[in-house]
Design a protein around this ligand. Structure first.
Ligand SMILES: [Zn+2]
Length: 201
């Protein structure tokens, strides 16, 4: 192995551990993918989706990007959502942000260069919408952490109006959207209590 031999060694060891524990593991995974959840989380390496909710391969469909954004015009995110809802028939979409998110922090800073700036614009918009509430907080640290929460709440709202979700509700498909936040300090998830499990119309 010319490059990154350690990662390949890790992979071999992981694959043999899985097979040792459960000889049918890979055969079963190949045959069927039936996750019940779509996770939309931050790309941050400290927030490994499957691990923090204790789910095995095959149990969580995952989409990650900087700042856990649901872009209305992001073909990547919209395609993942459509596949998860229409084909895999998942029942829950979890938008999970995390405190001390670098993407959220960037939305308080000066303009950066493309393409990051174009992406951060989504978060700057949410910051602007909540400018009054954020201004009342005692310091920059509190504003940063609160915007991490407000961003998740905004993404849940956006999701509830995406045509894939609206159509699923219209045909009576069981589908709930949840907004959670992860604390890097203690590894715990918190429910922001903004779940939507039925259409708003
Ligand atoms: Zn982040």
């Amino acid at each position: 192995m010319r490059f990154l031999p350690q990662l390949f060694a890790n992979n071999q060891s992981w694959a043999s551990q899985q097979t040792h524990r459960d000889p049918e593991f890979f055969k079963r995974l190949c045959a069927i993918q039936r996750p019940d959840y779509l996770w939309i989380g931050c790309a941050d390496s400290r927030v490994p989706a499957n691990e923090i909710v204790g789910l095995a391969p095959g149990e969580l469909f995952v989409h990650r990007n900087v700042g856990n954004i649901v872009g209305r015009d992001d073909q990547n995110c919209l395609a993942v959502l459509q596949y998860a809802v229409d084909v895999l028939r998942i029942s829950h979409v979890i938008v999970c942000g995390h405190y001390r998110c670098g993407g959220i922090q960037a939305a308080f800073g000066p303009p950066t260069t493309d393409p990051l700036e174009g992406w951060i614009a989504h978060i700057r918009e949410i910051r602007q919408t909540h400018a009054r509430e954020l201004a009342l907080l005692p310091g920059d640290e509190q504003r940063w952490q609160r915007l991490c929460e407000l961003n998740v709440i905004a993404q849940v709202q956006i999701l509830s109006n995406i045509p894939t979700v609206v159509r699923a509700w219209q045909r009576g498909q069981q589908l709930a959207i949840h907004g959670w936040i992860y604390n890097l300090n203690d590894g715990l998830l918190h429910d922001l209590e903004v779940s939507i499990n039925k259409p708003a119309y």
